[in-house]
Design a protein around this ligand. Sequence first.
Ligand SMILES: Cc1cc2nc3c(=O)[nH]c(=O)nc-3n(C[C@H](O)[C@H](O)[C@H](O)COP(=O)(O)O)c2cc1C
Length: 400
Amino acid sequence: MDKKSVLLIIGGGIAAFKSLELIRLLKTRGLGVTAIMTKAAEQFVTPLSVASLSGNKVYTDLFSLTDEIEMGHIELSRSADLIVVAPATADLIAKMANGLADDLASTTLLATDKKVLIAPAMNVRMWQHAATQRNIAQARRDGVAMVGPNDGEMACGEFGPGRMAEPAEIVAAIEAQFSVPTRSLQGRKVLITAGPTHEPIDPVRYIGNNSSGKQGYAIAEAAVALGAETILISGPVNLPLPPGAQVMPVETAETMLKYTEDELPCDIAIFAAAVADWRVAATSDEKIKKTGSGTPKLDLVENPDILKTIATRKSKRPKIVVGFAAETENVIENAKKKLAAKGCDLIVANDVSPASGVMGGDTNIVHLVSAKGVETWPRMSKREVAQRLMDRLAAMLAQS
Ligand SMILES: Cc1cc2nc3c(=O)[nH]c(=O)nc-3n(C[C@H](O)[C@H](O)[C@H](O)COP(=O)(O)O)c2cc1C
């Protein structure tokens, strides 16, 4: 990472204070940091703080005679190895998506030929607004990389997506941009299941669960990044499709199993989906109505056990089979039992009790349970869990 330099554009949001910690972390990693601050950013942190921490002049003005003579804005945009926008305000993202250039930050972003990484940060309603989502989609299409936003409590007191990724996560995303990609799964096929299943009761109702699919989707992204042919069999979720993965949407456990079997053989199969254990024995073709004579009786039957079915196959068993164990108590003990009962090679166990914030959240604490023992990883983002897990599985595959 030595000698690499980052041009950090600080937008005018509450999260601007976190950019100071970001600069500190980047400096301790030996990276050069030059900063541009928008006029709005100066309302939240001072150029003096940014200059002191970065050890470099801070640029704020497009029409500054001295700055233009010293380092023209075009040169500023090209001199860095990577441009990072943190916090990326709704306004800056809109300007990027539409090619506006009416201040130093937006002009620099339009004039650059370097990779741009943004860390969006805004109120949940601003984030969810159709205009912002349109702009984000356009920025992604233009090749802009993104870290976060995370779910969490906002400075404004609301809760939801929009919190800027933590400085350590942004540093990890920056390091990922600089690292030479290892294609350790080139020529390998990886199959991942993710999300919940929906088991129909009648045409409008189903049995489901709260799985967001975030961990499975992050694993698919990590598998693509390592060069694997990646098949993602996904229950109904509300997530952007991971670029490069072949996504097969399903509703029920039975279809999930069928699609999984159709995709064999494969090298690694990771079962991260929260598959419903039961389905309704006889689904109704018509919407079940209230009759006034009591509640309807729903007979349940067990769904196929996808993990066990695949892990215990005599033919076309994937070389490595990984199960996820979502537990609310005795996480490790239950995972050990699951490892033995299902015949898989590894269980990734996580605590999904409401207090853990894992279900639907952006971070995870996982325990890797295998015949060799138990390894507990510290809390990290689901993306980081995914990257570490795929690196580990690639190494296991290389040894097998
Ligand atoms: C107290 C306060 C907090 C704000 N926080 C944010 C924020 O977190 N994200 C955002 O997109 N805009 C936020 N805004 C609005 C921006 O500051 C405003 O859109 C500004 O024009 C952005 O300018 P810039 O994109 O050039 O930095 C905030 C405004 C105020 C007054």
